[in-house]
Ligand binder design. Structure first.
Ligand SMILES: [Zn+2]
Length: 194
């Protein structure tokens, strides 16, 4: 999302960009880092950044224009983390490699509740869940992405953890329901939020 879109979305939720103190990155695809900077100016002036070390290093070595203009200038404000690391209270980062070399998902726990920020572990809400082993065009390491998908789907189904999936249909948040030998997306309903 571009910086203006990001700021508007935040403001409609009652926040301003200068209130953001930590930005945790899942991976370095352009649609996930494109809003970090505009014309060399950070969108979140008071933030520190957190990125998986494997992901950062892979893109730094690749020579990617979006990474070089939006992410690399923030390197000195970025903490590089590994699988299992915690960047703030209630946060656990989990390696979910495959979609990109160091793609990470983030488990948030607060007051006995959990939410998995699952990013791009699954790109299609029907087929990625019904056939987690199917290859996806956007996955850079297809076998690793499929193994990650199965592992996360198992975890979320067994532990009944709700998740945010960036390419899931509205509201982009839901549960994983086991179905026969695969899985099914159950969007979070209005009722559960009230
Ligand atoms: Zn992606």
């Amino acid at each position: 999302m571009n910086p203006e879109g990001l700021k508007k979305a935040l403001e409609s939720a009652g926040y301003t960009a200068d209130m953001v103190d930590v930005v945790v990155l899942t991976h370095m695809h352009g649609d996930h880092i494109g809003g970090l900077m505009e014309g060399g100016v950070p969108t979140f002036p008071n933030a520190r950044y957190v990125s998986g070390r494997v992901e950062y290093d892979a893109w730094a070595a690749m020579g990617d224009a979006t990474f070089d203009t939006k992410m690399r200038p923030l390197a000195d404000r970025t903490t590089m983390i590994e699988d299992g690391a915690s960047a703030f209270s209630g946060h656990t980062a989990m390696a979910a490699f495959g979609h990109t070399p160091g793609h990470m998902v983030h488990l948030i726990e607060s007051e006995g509740k959990s939410l998995l920020i699952a990013a791009d572990f699954a790109n299609h809400y029907i087929w990625s869940l019904a056939r987690p082993d199917w290859e996806v065009k956007f996955d850079m390491d297809k076998p690793a992405a499929a193994a990650t998908r199965k592992k996360l789907l198992d975890m979320m189904a067994i532990d009944k953890i709700p998740f945010v999936g960036y390419h899931m249909p509205w509201p982009g948040m839901g549960y994983i329901e086991p179905r026969a030998d695969a899985y099914h997306y159950v969007p979070l309903s209005y009722q559960l939020m009230l």
